[in-house]
Design a protein around this ligand. Structure first.
Ligand SMILES: NC(=O)C1=CN([C@@H]2O[C@H](COP(=O)(O)OP(=O)(O)OC[C@H]3O[C@@H](n4cnc5c(N)ncnc54)[C@H](OP(=O)(O)O)[C@@H]3O)[C@@H](O)[C@H]2O)C=CC1
Ligand SMILES: CC(=O)C(=O)O
Ligand SMILES: [Mg+2]
Length: 762
């Protein structure tokens, strides 16, 4: 894409639809007259009175506790300079957007026409009743220092100038990690800092506190190197004046420097300067939007370089976005009165440490990357890493409590982590619990499609996390080649190559077994041997003979190709007439189980009864209280017709034969989920009180359409199809599943294998 296109795209992005990037959304129902009498007069008077009596109740009855002001006067907008408050507004709205998506914090962006310190301080101070915290942004030095100091002293809510402290926290974490990778000691490095403004001064202070020696740091502003004899420098900058006499310009300073820190303006560093740096140099060119030297130009001349910029389109984005959402989240959650040094240090450490942990697949996916790993191109976490909110916000909240600035305390940290996870999206508590359960007793899972990158990646994840012991079925050379190309490490994983001589004995055993089972159903001995060249037959046989505990297949093959061999070799559980496909839908309201979504096209009354019994029992593996609704387009006899009648009859039989089962119907889906609606209209139903979590559909068509619509429109995650009723754990992937979906299915397969083991023991 050329530059003109890119510019136009960015303008269109901001202008299209509703101009700008943010809006205000009500959080309470506003549908009825009654709602409105509570939202506004007369109902609103009640919280007003309560707050007037106890001002702290403002946190209880208003949005204050989750509301941050992003405030700027537009005097140092990114590296664009003093472009004024209106021109700075897109940046402030952008920060509002990031606060929201990364940490669920609501923001009002306030662009002030106030360059004078007194005016600015007076205005912001008067905002204290409205906000839980103040993020000062893009205010030029040196006024930003005085503004922040005065506001911090005079206000009782956290105030942070992000360009100073946010940048210092992130770049401090990045510097520690980069030095570790390059084998440099912080107290020995020679550092050049270009820029002597808000960000540069504050970052340099943190580098000193991390161990960098003042005499090893040379700082520049637009007029050149900072020296003690310069008369235009204030105290703040004079402290960074160098006594070196050999440095007249940036090129001199860059010679043999270990680290370059850019917090100035775009394109001021040349390739020659980069060439002249010490071995294994580090460059953080953090000016936005143009770094001090373009990423490509820098890495072109040094292959021993660690290169970072403030931009999201290159590796190593060193940008305060990695900090402010999570720092404020932690501070708000304990109603901290300030963001102090302890909290900043805690954030720095948490960010630095997180980079060293294995990267979740969701992050690789979000950035369309494979195998991010701590190293030269990954020195700090990516902003979309869902672990940031847990690690950084908890560390900050903890430090606030320890250092005595918290006004509320957190005691149940696990519950707090849960709350944080809930803030950034789907509640995947159930999957996490299943993952813990799997880890308690991991099982051997055989992968019939192991010559596939996604399968191998998922196998690596479950092996690393201790969820399962993978067995890879497929051509050994091909598997090893894929692992090599993608730097996948699976250690001493077992690879079973069906055609290798080592497998002759097992292949014969498996073929004999198939032949003995199917000889009278049209399979010849020759065919049985031939079938064993199909990895789905082979994998199912491994499970049948206890050579593996579960089979996973279906990424590249229709489910019939997996279910058919499994039925021939393993068959259904004793007493189960038909297998069933179930989906676990992870919705915003919690998990809901859908069946049958996969196998039985038009179940009869008895089939529906069988499906319900099997599903209800299986759901107990995952949650303790299945509440089953048998769905139709009618409610408790309100319509006649084939579907209402068959579902009604199925419920009648279930009530008669399984009196302990919590099941009701026939009913429409909204009544099953909306328990108030159900109570208002059908108070006799056994599902009144708590919504159904298990939905039985009248036929395959409705079940399949419902789960796919929910997945696409309702943003629910679908885990499945979970195959129920097999005598051994066989699990089928959806065609083209993502790595995350495969990992989920492996987890389900392990938990299922554990249940089978329990059953055998019993
Ligand atoms: N990646 C990140 O997370 C962040 C990046 N930044 C970037 O850092 C830069 C500075 O921001 P901020 O500190 O808020 O702004 P300030 O206006 O406070 O500081 C700018 C500083 O850069 C100096 N400067 C400008 N041009 C040059 C040049 N050609 N050579 C040397 N020094 C120069 C100025 O010198 P003088 O004092 O003489 O005017 C001033 O000291 C911006 O580009 C901004 O985008 C800022 C915060 C976070
Ligand atoms: C990232 C940021 O805050 C800046 O460039 O000013
Ligand atoms: Mg900024």
């Amino acid at each position: 894409m050329n530059n003109t296109n890119r510019k136009q795209d960015a303008l269109n992005y901001h202008a299209k639809g509703r101009p700008g990037k943010i809006q205000v959304v009500p959080t309470k129902p506003t549908n009825s007259q009654r709602d409105l009498t509570m939202a506004y007069s007369p109902g609103v008077a009640e919280p007003c009175r309560a707050i007037a009596a106890n001002v702290d109740d403002v946190y209880k009855y208003t949005a204050k506790g989750n509301l941050v002001a992003v405030i700027s006067n537009g005097t140092a907008v990114l590296g664009l300079g003093n472009i004024g408050p209106e021109a700075g507004k897109p940046v402030m709205e952008g920060k509002g957007l990031l606060f929201k998506i990364y940490a669920d914090i609501d923001v009002f962006d306030l662009e002030l026409d106030a360059t004078n310190v007194d005016d600015f301080v007076r205005i912001v101070k008067a905002l204290e009743p409205t906000f839980g915290g103040i993020n000062l942004e893009d205010i030029s030095a040196p006024t930003c220092f005085e503004i922040e100091q005065r506001l911090k002293a005079e206000m009782n809510i956290p105030v942070m100038h992000d360009d100073q402290h946010g940048t210092a926290i992130i770049s401090g974490a990045a510097l520690m990690n980069a030095c570790e990778i390059q084998g440099k000691k912080l107290n020995e490095i020679k550092m050049v800092v270009n820029g002597a403004g808000a960000a540069a001064v504050s970052c340099s202070k943190i580098y000193l506190s991390l161990g960098v020696k003042k005499e090893n740091l040379v700082m520049f502003d637009i007029n050149g190197v900072l020296t003690p004899d310069r008369t235009d420098l204030d105290e703040m900058r004079l402290q960074f004046a160098t006594h070196r006499t050999d440095v007249k310009n940036l090129a001199d300073a860059m010679k043999d420097a270990d680290v370059f820190i850019g917090l100035s303006a775009g394109n001021v560093v040349t390739q020659d300067m980069v060439r002249s740096m010490a071995p294994k140099p580090i460059i953080f060119a953090m000016a936005n939007p143009e770094p001090e030297i373009a990423y490509d130009l820098a890495v072109e001349v040094r292959d021993d370089l660690i290169m970072a910029t403030g931009r999201s389109d290159f590796p190593n984005q060193v940008n305060n976005v990695l900090g402010f959402p999570f720092i404020f989240r932690g501070a708000l959650d304990v109603r901290a009165t300030a963001i102090n040094e302890e909290m900043k240090l805690a954030a720095t450490k948490a960010i630095a440490e997180l980079a060293k942990k294995p990267v979740p697949e969701a992050v690789n996916l979000a950035y369309d990357l494979r195998n991010l790993k701590f190293g030269k191109d990954y020195i700090i976490p990516k902003p979309m890493d869902p672990r940031l909110i847990i690690e950084v916000s908890s560390a900050v909240a903890h430090a606030a409590i320890e250092s005595g600035v918290a006004r509320t305390v957190i005691t149940d940290w696990e519950a707090y982590h849960e709350e944080l996870r809930g803030r950034i999206g789907k509640d995947d508590k159930l999957m996490r619990n299943l993952s813990l359960k799997a880890k308690e007793n991991p099982k051997r899972v055989v992968f019939a499609e192991a010559d596939n990158y996604k399968i191998l990646k998922a196998a690596q994840i479950v092996k690393d996390e201790g969820i399962a012991t993978p067995i890879l079925l497929g051509n050994k050379e091909k598997i090893q080649q894929i692992m090599l190309e993608n730097q996948l490490e699976l250690g001493d994983v077992k690879i079973v190559d069906i055609r290798s001589s080592g497998e002759v004995e097992n292949a014969k055993l498996y073929a004999d077994n198939l032949f003995s089972k199917r000889a009278r159903r049209g399979i010849t001995e020759y065919e049985a041997r031939k079938f064993m060249r199909d990895r789905n037959y082979y994998g199912a046989s491994m499970v049948q003979f206890g050579h593996a505990d579960a089979l996973i297949s279906g990424l590249t093959k229709n489910y019939v190709g997996i279910v058919k061999p499994a039925l021939q070799i393993i068959g259904t559980e004793p007493g189960v007439r038909r297998v069933v496909g179930m989906y676990m839908m992870l919705t915003k309201k919690g998990p809901v189980f859908f069946a049958d979504t996969t196998i039985n096209e038009n179940p009869s009354v008895q089939d529906l009864v069988d499906i319900t019994v099997l599903v209800e029992r299986s759901v107990r593996q995952f949650i303790s209280n299945p509440r089953v609704a048998v769905l139709s387009y009618s409610n408790f006899g309100s319509n006649d017709g084939e579907i209402p009648e068959k579902t009604r009859e199925a419920v009648r039989i279930l009530h008669e034969q399984y009196p302990d089962m919590v099941v009701d119907g026939e009913m429409q889906a909204n009544f099953a989920i909306n328990t108030e609606l159900l109570a208002d209209n059908y108070p006799f139903s056994s599902l009144v009180g708590e919504s159904a979590n298990t939905l039985i559909f009248p036929n395959l068509e409705s079940g399949n359409i419902a789960y796919k619509l929910l997945q696409e429109l309702g943003d629910a995650e679908a885990v499945g199809p979970i195959l129920l009723g097999m005598d051994k754990p066989i699990h089928v992937l959806q065609l083209g599943s993502s790595v995350r979906e495969i990992v989920n299915m492996i987890t389900i397969a392990v938990v299922d294998a554990q249940a089978h083991e329990e059953k055998l023991k019993a």
